[in-house]
Unconditional design. Structure first.
Length: 190
């Protein structure tokens, strides 16, 4: 819990207007969240710009830096650059609750807000699902896809239109497997 206090913003002392805060995200941050298995280090600066008014606080997060990842293809470690901005709104109300993923309700006497969890989630969502070392980015996945073939999806409407266009007498379905004959007989009774 002491670690989380480094990411507190004392809002009760702030006057209405714009305020700026800066936070450092290092490897210790990810160790706290037990994410050091998939993050090999971090050097990230988070600038939090807070605009406080009578009824609401708009909080903009500007996240810049690098996070160490392991390539899914080669298992080599590399630094992945991060540069993103996110926005969260805190509204004053009768109780503390999360209204949506980017809108929170707090009471007027809330002494501080902690932004550590939000920073963690923003960074987590910015990391690509498929982590590829920059040396291997030229090898596109499209080449692999073309070698395996192309998938085509048809809706039932397209299949029905195609069946109407063809001559029903010349187009007779023959089941590929004799086990389906019983089901086809049931289908023909309807």
């Amino acid at each position: 819990m002491k670690f989380l206090r480094n990411y507190d913003i004392d809002i009760i002392k702030l006057k209405d207007g714009k305020h700026s805060f800066s936070f450092e995200v290092t490897n210790d941050f990810f160790k706290f969240y037990e994410a050091e298995d998939w993050v090999n280090g971090a050097n990230i600066t988070v600038t939090v710009n807070l605009n406080k008014t009578v009824s609401v606080m708009e909080v903009d997060f500007d996240i810049k830096g690098t996070v160490g990842l392991t390539c899914d293809r080669s298992l080599e470690e590399f630094d992945h650059p991060l540069e993103l901005t996110e926005k969260v709104i805190y509204k004053y109300g009768p109780m503390v609750q999360e209204i949506s993923e980017d809108v929170f309700m707090i009471t007027k006497d809330t002494p501080s807000i902690n932004v550590a969890q939000l920073i963690y989630e923003f960074i987590l969502l910015a990391i690509p699902a498929k982590k590829i070392h920059p040396d291997y980015l030229d090898e596109t996945d499209e080449d692999d896809f073309e070698e395996e073939g192309t998938l085509i999806y048809l809706s039932e409407e397209e299949e029905e239109i195609g069946a109407e266009d063809s001559d029903e007498d010349s187009h007779q379905e023959k089941p590929a497997d004799p086990r389906w004959e019983i089901l086809n007989k049931l289908k023909k009774k309807d």
